[in-house]
Write a protein that binds this ligand. Structure first.
Ligand SMILES: Cc1ncc(COP(=O)(O)O)c(C=O)c1O
Length: 324
């Protein structure tokens, strides 16, 4: 059984690390250029949950393949969720981090569609460099007029595996049109901007001291990302007004044409902040966001967030947790 420390709520984990860790030369070569999501640490954490025992058998074990019965519930019916967070080594790293991926899936065996009564939790860790391999440059986005990712009452506000499976056809369509990413619209009216494939969006109105930020409000069908949330606070710290609101496709297009919208950027744990330079769509045409480059508000917020994450400036909000 897994004992839980009453004071901290932390699990008591059995330590059974890998007996054949990666050779240091191989590790150094990976760490010199880790990319994103392609390499994993020697060990992972796993724990089980069952309806009768709750959480138990938490252990740190060698990273390796899972042995699954072909009738394991989640393979068929998609009961799987994940998160993503980053550990920074302060004073040593610029954009190199340890990306942590906790996830959980149902392990009950059988072909009945039902909430499972057993789950497995896993935590894997991946050394990560910059998210975009070609460096920070504005992305082009494809507005998905034809497909929807999430609808009111659905699972869109969780990092639930099925949401991502449902998004891939539109992502493929975006690529066919030469775009880096898809942007989702609301399912009911197909006119309100929700979010990008794997990041939330921010719109910058005006410039200089009068720059104002708007991010799509949380409707239940978009992800309440932690980066989106942090930026509402960081913007206020920097004296910028930041609101949650509704932005339609028409607002986006007209705002860029009139110059009212000066910058648009996407945000998320993995890539931090990425400027959006160009928008394309089947029914609303194509347009550029300002000059298609990276604007000053985008750069400023990105730097501020990175500086907090890397310990270059104080964390006034107690967002950081020291782990060693
Ligand atoms: C669909 C979606 N939206 C937004 C985000 C950004 O969330 P966060 O800032 O918590 O990383 C993610 C991150 O995985 C995502 O998958």
């Amino acid at each position: 059984m897994t004992a839980t420390d009453a004071a901290t709520g932390l699990w008591d984990i059995s330590m059974n690390p890998s007996t054949s860790p990666m050779l240091s030369e191989e590790r150094d070569a990976i760490l010199a250029n880790p990319g994103f999501g392609g390499h994993f640490t020697d060990n992972m954490v796993r724990a089980k949950w069952t309806a009768d025992k709750g959480w138990h058998d938490a252990e740190l074990v060698a990273y390796g393949p899972l042995l699954l019965d072909p009738a394991t519930n989640f393979i068929h019916y998609g009961q799987a969720i994940f998160e993503g967070l980053k550990a920074y080594r302060h004073a040593r790293e610029a954009e190199k981090t340890l990306y942590l991926r906790p996830f959980m899936f149902s392990t009950e065996i059988g072909l009945g569609v039902k909430p499972a009564d057993s789950y497995e939790y896993l935590l894997i860790a991946s050394p990560a460099g910059a998210y975009w391999p070609k460096g920070l440059k504005p992305v082009s986005v494809w507005l998905s007029d034809d497909y929807v990712r999430a609808a009111p009452g659905g699972t869109g506000e969780a990092k639930c595996a099925g949401n991502y499976a449902a998004s891939l056809i539109a992502q493929a369509e975006a690529s066919q049109h030469g775009c880096d990413q898809v942007v989702w619209l609301d399912a009911a009216e197909r006119q309100w901007i929700e979010e990008m494939g794997g990041m939330n969006l921010y719109f910058v109105y005006g410039s200089g001291d009068s720059a104002r930020l708007v991010t799509p409000r949380l409707t239940g069908s978009l992800l309440p990302g932690i980066t989106r949330d942090s930026l509402l606070t960081v913007a206020a710290d920097l004296g910028m007004r930041a609101d949650e609101g509704q932005i339609s496709v028409e607002d986006w297009k007209a705002g860029c044409e009139s110059g009212e919208i000066t910058e648009v950027f996407a945000c998320g744990t993995a890539a931090v902040i990425t400027p959006v330079g160009e928008v394309k769509s089947r029914t609303n045409g194509s347009w550029a966001v300002a000059d298609g480059g990276t604007g000053p508000v985008t750069s400023r917020l990105r730097q501020e967030l990175l500086d907090i994450q890397t310990g270059e400036i104080p964390d006034h909000h107690n967002w950081l947790h020291a782990i060693c």
